[in-house]
Design a protein around this ligand. Structure first.
Ligand code: ADP
Ligand code: MG
Length: 320
């Protein structure tokens, strides 16, 4: 077992539950994303795992060892957990080599040069942090944490300071670096694209509660409620009589890109807007507004026929 959290709760003040009864477990070497909006409890959970914050209730087990429960709480430095902060927090007065060597064990499994090669910065050991780009500094921060050979790596919003243009390549690089060391890792994000690109498993937090846990594809295809469905991208939510007519369900969701031209339902085009990858159409279906992504343009007031592929319908009937 890599990491296991049981019933972790934490409140600040009387009725302000930052976290309520969080349970999850991960295998060694798995990468988990904590996904949620600002204030959902992600950083508090990360700080509790790291040992900077105590839970009111619950226990944490890391690699078969209890690091925190009602009776004991290991000090952060005794937990063998590596941390990577959003701002990288490299030592500015130490060169890259010395930054990486900072936490290394006596008989390290990799030399500093091997770490530099692993993070794609061979021969750059003598440079100083300010001489590197943001993406490079981040890889050094990760190498520094991993060089201490932690049981668990925690990363708080590791991708949020990066420009969009490099963000997607950095995601892949960081995933590959963590994978190649078989380190169990938990990272925090509010961006589902980070989850899709990096995580084996995602945990969705809202108001301190765990809403759903699963691999990114599962959460995208089978979100447990409208909130999770919306986090993972645009979705039409249909309820009431019209929902029943369309799907047999009291309430359901369908993503705009999953609606297809077909013979099932007639709609009127309310608007059509070019969106780069597709045309974004707003349709009126018996008084219900639907968004539909189409390869071709349509004109306002045109009548078109569409279908909903059965396997793309998100069942939300329990919410109605
Ligand atoms: P996130 O990282 O998802 O944005 P946080 O874990 O930082 O969320 O915060 C979760 C909730 O707990 C928020 O409502 C926040 O205001 C509250 N909170 C976090 N830390 C403290 C603290 N030290 N004192 C009081 N309230 C806190
Ligand atoms: Mg936070």
């Amino acid at each position: 077992m890599g990491l296991e959290l049981k019933n972790i709760s934490r409140s600040f003040g009387k009725n302000r539950f930052a976290l309520s009864g969080i349970n999850f477990s991960m295998q060694k070497g798995e990468i988990l994303a904590l996904l949620g909006e600002s204030g959902s409890g992600k950083s508090t959970l990360l700080r509790i795992i790291a040992g900077f914050e105590l839970p009111d209730k619950g226990s944490i087990n890391l690699s078969g060892k209890t690091i925190c429960d009602e009776k004991i709480s290991l000090h952060p430095e005794k937990r063998n957990i590596g941390l990577v902060f959003q701002d990288y927090a490299l030592f500015p007065h130490l060169n890259i080599e010395k930054n990486i060597a900072f936490g290394q064990k006596k008989n390290p499994s990799r030399t500093t040069n091997e770490w530099l090669a692993l993070v794609g910065l061979p021969g750059m050991g003598k440079r100083y942090p300010h001489e590197l780009s943001g993406g490079q500094q981040q890889r050094v921060a990760i190498a520094r944490s991993l060089a201490a050979e932690p049981e668990l790596l925690l990363l708080d919003e590791p991708f949020s300071n990066l420009d969009d243009s490099i963000r997607s390549s950095v995601r892949g690089e960081i995933r590959d670096i963590i994978r190649s060391t078989n380190t169990t890792a938990v990272f925090v994000t509010h961006d589902t694209r980070d989850c899709m690109a990096v995580a084996d498993k995602v945990i969705v937090l809202s108001n301190g509660k765990l809403l759903q846990e699963g691999d990114p594809k599962q959460l995208y295809i089978q979100p447990c409620n409208s909130y999770v469905a919306r986090i993972f991208g645009e979705v039409n939510i249909v309820e009431g009589e019209i929902a029943r007519q369309l799907s047999g369900l009291k309430k359901f969701g369908i993503r705009p890109q999953h609606i297809i031209p077909g013979n099932d339902f007639s709609c009127t085009v309310l608007s059509c807007r070019f969106d780069g990858d597709h045309y974004d159409l707003e349709l009126d279906l018996n008084g219900s507004k639907l968004h539909f992504h189409s390869d071709q343009p349509y004109t306002k007031d045109e009548v078109i026929r569409i279908s909903f592929p059965k396997d793309k319908i998100i069942d939300l009937s329990h919410e109605s």
